[in-house]
Design a protein around this ligand. Structure first.
Ligand SMILES: Cc1cc2nc3c(=O)[nH]c(=O)nc-3n(C[C@H](O)[C@H](O)[C@H](O)COP(=O)(O)OP(=O)(O)OC[C@H]3O[C@@H](n4cnc5c(N)ncnc54)[C@H](O)[C@@H]3O)c2cc1C
Length: 397
């Protein structure tokens, strides 16, 4: 019998599987991924930022795992010769009313143990990012950039070297749980295993529902669209330029990111995706959309934040409006400097009462561990989340 089945070949599933095999190489482990390749979804379409842990509530799983995961990731990249750069980032306040929020962020960074954070005057800001518009800022030296697809592929390679099997193009369609084992049925095969670990990202709620009658959260997919700066305009951005986040919507607010694989991206926005893996505006899955709209929690979020949602939607359809949002940070940028970039879809868990689950969420049952919510900074934190989930799983052997 198989000991562990991990569902999902994104960075969280791969890191979890890797930690299990590194700790107990004798366990028989397989990882099932529905696509023909690893890291095709959130992991392969993110901003590529190695987050420092600046934003997160001290003591939260995000704060703990981001800071620990940050160091594990950097060591991993060094050991495995994966290119990365710790270029630092600036967080920029563009108006007086953002100054208290900027100050709060500085305090939070210190509470989270970040060293050498620097408050920046307007002049100091210009020394780091000469084209930025801001009245004050913070410099975060720890922030870096990396290509998470390369990282995930490396986790996969090491996992295979340790004797685990990665099975691609194996979509899990049902799970039957009994007292000491579960049967996982895919579109091609069925497998019996002692422990199942669900790391299905945008479908984590669907996989959770395969073994639970009532699931109290739903994944709401938010598409984040990017533009790229034309090559001749890349000089406008040295490294990473971020706005002061709105505490109600920490993942909103377009920013500029120099990418590890080259180029500078501007974005992303956040619009409701009409399909969980819908990377284009025209991608619609009526069943999935109807489920989202019918979810009581989503209706509450929509009723409360419709204005913000429409703003994001408007920027999605109007390049002029998107450019205007970017000009807040970089006034020189013009519409013609931006070319269409890619898009990623965030898996955001939303509970029945309309709470967008902020922290990482892991639910344990007898034979199954569900990683229910692993939004940003889960890529940065992957080795630490992997260690946490692996430890929960290994207790059973
Ligand atoms: C636009 C965007 C920008 C981001 N920027 C950053 C950043 O800069 N830094 C950072 O740290 N984090 C960032 N994040 C967050 C980070 O990318 C994700 O938190 C992380 O990739 C989640 O990894 P995962 O393995 O949980 O999910 P995924 O990478 O989505 O992997 C889940 C996998 O499960 C598979 N799967 C689903 N259902 C099934 C099934 N039934 N059977 C088999 N397989 C299945 C999917 O095909 C997929 O490969 C960003 C995310 C987005 C979307």
């Amino acid at each position: 019998m198989i000991d562990v089945i991990v569902i999902g070949g994104g960075i969280v599933g791969l890191a979890t599987a890797l930690k299990i095999k590194q700790t107990n190489p004798s366990l028989k482990l397989i990882l099932l991924e529905k696509e023909n390749e690893l890291a095709k979804h959130q992991t392969g379409n993110n901003s590529g930022v190695i987050h420092s842990g600046l934003y997160y509530k001290p003591g939260s799983l995000k704060a703990i795992n981001c800071i620990k995961g940050y160091h594990l990731l950097i060591d991993f990249c060094k050991q495995n010769e994966i290119p990365f750069e710790l270029c630092g980032k600036v967080v920029v306040a563009t108006s007086e009313n953002e100054l208290p929020l900027l100050e709060n962020l500085f305090v939070r960074g210190q509470q989270n143990g970040l060293e050498n954070l620097r408050k920046l005057s307007q002049g100091e800001l210009k020394e780091i990012e000469p084209h930025v518009n801001g009245i004050r800022g913070i410099f975060v030296p720890q922030t870096g950039i990396v290509d998470y697809k390369l990282v995930a592929q490396k986790y996969g390679e090491l996992l295979t070297n340790l004797g685990a099997e990665i099975k691609l193009a194996e979509k899990v369609v049902s799970i039957k749980s009994e007292t000491n084992q579960s049967t996982v049925v895919t579109e091609k095969n069925s497998y019996v295993a002692k422990l199942i670990i669900n790391c299905a990202g945008l479908y984590s709620d669907k996989v959770t529902a395969m073994t639970r009658e009532k699931v109290n959260y739903k994944i709401i997919p938010f598409r984040g669209e990017y533009y790229k700066l034309r090559k001749e305009k890349e000089y406008l951005v040295k490294n990473l330029i971020y706005p002061v986040p709105d505490p109600n919507f920490p993942f909103l607010g377009v920013h500029f990111t120099r990418m590890a694989k080259g180029g500078v991206e501007a974005g992303p926005n956040a619009v409701l995706a009409f399909k969980r893996e819908g990377y284009k505006k025209s991608d619609i899955n009526l069943g999935e959309l109807a489920e989202t709209l019918a979810w009581p929690g989503f209706q509450k979020v929509a009723a409360k934040y419709w204005r913000t949602g429409f703003g994001e939607m408007y920027r999605s359809f109007s390049k002029a409006a998107f450019t205007k949002a970017l000009q807040k940070l970089l006034p020189e940028i013009k519409e013609e400097d931006l070319i269409e970039g890619g898009a990623g879809v965030r898996a955001q868990a939303c509970d029945r009462d309309g709470g967008l689950v902020d922290d990482f969420l892991i639910l344990e049952e007898t034979n199954i561990i569900n990683v229910c919510n692993a939004p940003s900074p889960a890529a940065t934190s992957s080795l630490s989340i992997g260690e946490t989930v692996a430890a929960l799983g290994l207790k059973r052997f």
